[in-house]
Ligand binder design. Structure first.
Ligand code: FES
Length: 326
């Protein structure tokens, strides 16, 4: 493969859909590659990319291929009866050979070094965990992965996970299966060991169920890692107004109750990268030098929120005035 010349930094890539594969009921995977055979920027296990599905529509998808690979990015997309926008377009309109713009990988769900790792995925939430399992296979890390799905027909990548490299480490749990194969969460979480880290991804209710169970079993927040796809709990009723101060100029901008801080900043000429607009992707994270954010995002950890040194202006608000590192 060819390499980009030293010092060239790219934020977006024009890639070709090399392969589109039906992986399970309602799930297609998409393999993106560079048409000129140039190595893609590297990514870490847990990373995602912004996919510019069509003009004005950007969606985030976890990379699920082996992080050691440099010739392709692979995502998997669920499109069921409730899906709209990005998933519908990807499933119905985009085909092999089409060109698509994607952002360079970013990671809000990184693996931390640990003696043991527990990966729990619900449905399409298995995607970031697949990359983690691949990375742990290379690194010789001790892990177990539990994959919950409605049925075998709804579980993507079963053939890939049958590879001997995953032997004895991947456990499937199907809603329509026998009771003895259901996930025994209390037993899995009984060991609240500081050397064991939990990673969970899937529908919001699934993540909350697993995380709440871990906390009930005495797990420390630093050992629990989760990544949401949507911010279903984002409730804007009762929002009030607040002010933001630009540290470099001292300018004070008012944010009305019915608008976001990001929209105010963009209106005043500041460049704020916006993507999900619901506090999930982390694109808009902005430094905070003073003041107390009212965090509404799902991308910062509890510890990161407690620091109050950054916030997501697309959805988070403030108590009083926030001084922004702009
Ligand atoms: Fe995604 Fe703000 S735009 S977190």
């Amino acid at each position: 493969m060819n390499r980009l010349p030293e010092g060239i930094i790219v934020n977006e890539l024009q890639l070709t859909i090399i392969r589109k594969t039906e992986e399970a009921n309602d799930i297609f995977s998409f393999e993106f590659g560079c048409p000129f055979g140039i190595e893609l920027p590297p990514f870490e296990a847990g990373a995602h990319i912004d996919v510019h599905v069509r003009p004005g529509l950007i969606r985030q998808y976890s990379l699920c291929n082996d992080p050691a690979e440099r010739h392709r990015y692979v995502i998997a997309v669920l499109c069921d009866a409730d899906s709209r926008g990005g998933a519908l377009t990807l499933h119905r309109e985009l085909e092999e050979g089409d060109t698509i713009t994607v952002g360079t990988p970013r990671n809000l769900f990184p693996l931390v070094p640990a003696a043991r790792t527990l990966l729990i995925g619900g449905g399409i939430g298995i995607t970031p965990l697949l990359g983690m399992a691949e990375w742990l296979n290379h690194a010789g890390g001790a892990y177990q992965m539990h994959y919950c799905a409605r049925s075998p027909g709804h579980a993507a990548f079963r053939a890939r996970l049958a590879d001997p490299v995953f032997d004895g480490r991947v456990h499937f749990h199907f809603d329509d299966g026998l009771s003895e194969q259901k996930m025994a969460l209390p037993a899995l979480l009984a060991d609240a060991d500081p050397d064991l880290h939990l990673y969970v991804c899937g529908p919001t209710g699934f993540i909350d169920y697993v995380v709440d169970a871990a906390r009930d079993h005495g797990w420390q927040p630093a050992n629990i890692h989760r990544e949401y796809f949507t911010n279903q709990d984002l409730d804007k009723t009762g929002d009030g107004s607040f002010e933001i101060e630009i540290a470099s100029t001292g300018a004070v901008l008012a944010v009305a109750a019915d608008e976001s801080a990001s929209s105010v900043l963009i209106r005043h000429g500041y460049t704020i990268p916006i993507s999900c607009e619901q506090g999930v992707c982390g694109s808009c994270l902005t430094g905070v030098l003073a003041g107390e954010p009212d965090h509404r995002d799902l991308c910062l950890s509890d510890d990161e929120r407690a620091c109050n040194n950054q916030f997501t202006p697309c959805c988070s608000r403030a108590k009083g005035t926030l001084v922004l590192d702009l």
